[in-house]
Design a protein around this ligand. Structure first.
Ligand code: HEM
Length: 178
């Protein structure tokens, strides 16, 4: 019973992660499109949703650690891939967070009449898409529970699809012109 309830919370943390990713995605893309300073401020505030990521990350990790010390083993391929990918997500997410802050500062400082081109959000969206893809790859991996090759392939394919696919929208996100 306790085990199944913990699986429930594990999935709740995953859902939180996905919802936060969607909010961040909208915020980053619309910061790049913001027509004026007040709009930029609104999207920046929405992007603060990213502060919830440590909660979701620690949540999936702690519940996942519980699974791997009870019903599952560390050496089970999908558990191992899940653990390593979650650590990679934490590092990648922290680095991306810094880049987003730089982007926000660059947007605030940007003067339309200056010589330089406006800051672009497309690379940030590509990296964000790749990290979100890893989460989807892990969802597949944890439900299907494939062998090591299958688990790694799922995560890599989902990361590439996430980085490349949504870039179609990213390219349409023109940068701020104010
Ligand atoms: C972003 C990271 C993660 C995502 C998206 C994720 C997703 C999921 C999902 C959707 C399930 C439910 C599958 C099912 O019950 O059929 C699940 C189960 C599981 N997860 Fe994760 N997980 C993540 C991180 C981790 C980590 C870090 C570990 C281990 C350290 C872990 C270990 C497990 C185990 C062992 C199960 C199977 C539980 C059972 O027997 O039903 N997960 N995960």
């Amino acid at each position: 019973m306790l085990f199944r309830i913990t699986v429930f919370f594990h999935v709740v943390f995953v859902v939180g992660m996905c919802v936060t990713n969607c909010i961040e995605w909208m915020a980053i893309m619309n910061m790049g499109r913001a027509p004026d300073a007040p709009s930029l401020r609104i999207w920046r505030q929405l992007n603060n949703a990213g502060k919830w990521h440590p909660v979701w990350g620690v949540g999936v990790l702690v519940t996942g650690l519980y699974f791997s010390s009870s019903a599952w083993r560390w050496t089970t391929p999908f558990v191992l891939v899940g653990l390593l990918a979650t650590i990679a997500l934490a590092v990648g997410g922290a680095l991306l967070g810094r880049r987003i802050q730089d982007f926000e500062r660059a947007l605030e400082a940007y003067e339309p009449r200056s010589a330089g081109s406006p800051p672009s959000c497309s690379r940030l969206l590509r990296v964000h898409g790749a990290l979100s893809g890893v989460v989807f790859g892990l969802i597949y991996t944890m439900i299907v529970k494939p062998d090591l090759v299958g688990a790694l392939a799922a995560v890599v394919i989902a990361a590439v699809a996430g980085g490349v696919g949504p870039a179609i929208f990213a390219d349409g996100a023109r940068s701020s012109s104010w």
